[in-house]
Design a protein around this ligand. Structure first.
Ligand code: ARG
Length: 464
């Protein structure tokens, strides 16, 4: 195919600037394997339905296999003139198998072909991401299991609020990444739909068997409307949305690691192997990995917004604008998979300085709510109890003390229902372990949550 496939209609050859401008090969060559798999299935289907002979199909499939091999061993030449991966494969096929190659594009168009390639690609990557997230969730559950008993301040408004178990905090991220995994699984059900055979937009006159093609490629179903099939990029948008939400979680976790690694917090020691130094300040050890994860979140949000914006005004059916879809999905796949990988490797190497965390729970009146709860237990309505404790906190602040450092006599000046057992209720262990409400941070709850998460991970069927 030295000429363009559309040469019959044209009297001028394409301007070189236009060739360079419209070419997508630099980006979409990444789809070569999926393009070839799709073409092979298409050939077999055409042979099964008698559109081409078995012999033709054999020749085409052999030629396609050779092209795959040439690309994988870097013996394939890519040129702008051939625009995209689809035309490169077809053109090379002509050189290898001769005129029979001209039958490959029967009953299809590049519009349904590119939709198929993108779905095959994204199906594979989404499955991989679900498996990667499974590994990261396991890391979090393992850490939660091994840190059981470590206490730390929980924060609201970035102010110390109430003590929690470190394991409880880690399992919060387990929940987030589990929802992410569920979102990718859900997106997968709509990615896993086979568009080939919709041709340019209206379907085809040939007696194709789309279910045959779908079965060969392991698709769960075929698209119902030929116009929708070539115009639809929802499956990409859903993938990018799920990825963006997942990156929010990565970014929040990263932010916490950056904070915790600071001298101000000192809650963790980052592994040297996952940190970098400064070219000028010899003392520095910087948490660049979580910082970069936090930073790369912007790129993934950008990919989502880019594709949403590209799609928003497009009339039915295929429009060339849609060629801009591949950059964002490749960029997000690369970014997200790299973030999951590095986080899953780094987290097990983080040292939690549980003594510093525990010390941080002893100042800042983290047990004030528990004193109010104690008073409620003695029959005082909560709002009243709240103000009694508020006065006690103000008094303690004036003394430069914590609540548990006040004497029983001092305590009784705020309420005469207070007895010595109050001090028991104010210990960090009690403050944590009495929070037995479902989903609360009590040790028994968190132990059960670790067990439940481990069981969930073990029972989960992973996509291949
Ligand atoms: N390279 C194109 C894309 O990525 C393939 C489809 C081209 N179709 C067309 N009618 N020009 O969207």
């Amino acid at each position: 195919m030295a000429e363009k496939p559309w040469d019959g209609r044209f009297s001028e050859s394409t301007d070189q600037t236009v060739e360079a401008f419209t070419s997508s090969i630099a980006i979409d060559k990444r789809l070569y394997r999926h393009d070839i798999d799709g073409s092979m299935a298409h050939c077999r289907m055409m042979a099964h339905t008698g559109i081409i002979s078995e012999d033709d199909a054999d020749q085409l499939v052999r030629g396609l296999a050779q092209i795959r091999d040439e690309i994988e061993t870097d013996r394939f030449v890519f040129v702008d003139r051939l625009e995209d991966i689809h035309m490169h494969v077809e053109s090379r096929l002509s050189e290898i198998v001769g005129p029979v190659a001209r039958k490959l594009h029967t009953a299809r168009s590049r519009n349904d072909q590119v939709a198929l390639d993108a779905r095959l690609y994204l199906r594979e990557e989404t499955r991989l991401i679900i498996r990667q997230l499974h590994g990261l969730r396991r890391v979090l559950v393992d850490a939660a299991g091994s840190q059981m008993g470590a206490v730390m301040p929980g924060y609201t408004h970035m102010q110390r609020a109430q003590p929690v178990l470190l394991s409880h905090h880690l399992l919060a991220y387990y929940e987030m990444f589990t929802r992410d995994s569920d979102r990718f699984r859900d997106a997968l059900t709509r990615i896993d739909v086979m568009p080939l055979g919709c041709a340019a937009l209206a379907g085809t006159t040939f007696p194709i068997d789309r279910d045959d093609t779908a079965a060969q490629l392991g698709f769960a179903g075929v698209s119902a409307n030929s116009m929708d099939a070539v115009a639809d990029r929802d499956f990409m948008l859903e993938f990018l949305s799920a990825a963006s939400i997942c990156m929010v979680h990565f970014s929040r976790l990263s932010e916490e690691l950056v904070l915790w690694a600071s001298s101000e917090f000192g809650f963790i020691e980052m592994p040297d192997a996952f940190s970098t130094g400064s070219s000028i300040m010899p003392q520095k050890k910087n948490p660049d990995v979580p910082e970069l994860i936090r930073g790369k979140t912007g790129r993934v949000f950008g990919d989502l917004v880019a594709l949403l914006t590209t799609m928003k005004g497009l009339p039915m059916a295929y429009n060339r604008d849609m060629q801009e879809d591949k950059g964002p999905i490749f960029s997000t796949v690369d970014t997200l998979t790299a973030c999951i990988d590095v986080m899953a490797k780094m987290l097990p190497r983080v040292t939690f300085k549980t003594d510093v965390m525990r010390r941080a729970t002893t100042t800042g009146f983290l047990n004030a709510t528990d004193m109010a709860d104690y008073l409620v237990g003695k029959g005082i309505p909560f709002r009243e109890a709240h103000s009694v404790v508020g006065r006690a906190v103000a008094f303690a602040l004036g003394q430069g003390k914590e609540l548990d450092q006040l004497s029983l006599e001092e305590m009784r000046t705020f309420s005469d229902v207070i007895d010595a057992d109050l001090f028991e209720a104010l210990t960090v262990e009690q403050v944590i372990d009495r929070r037995t409400s479902k989903g609360g941070t009590a040790t028994d709850n968190v132990r059960a949550a670790v067990r439940a998460a481990a069981e969930q991970l073990a029972a989960e069927a992973l996509p291949l």
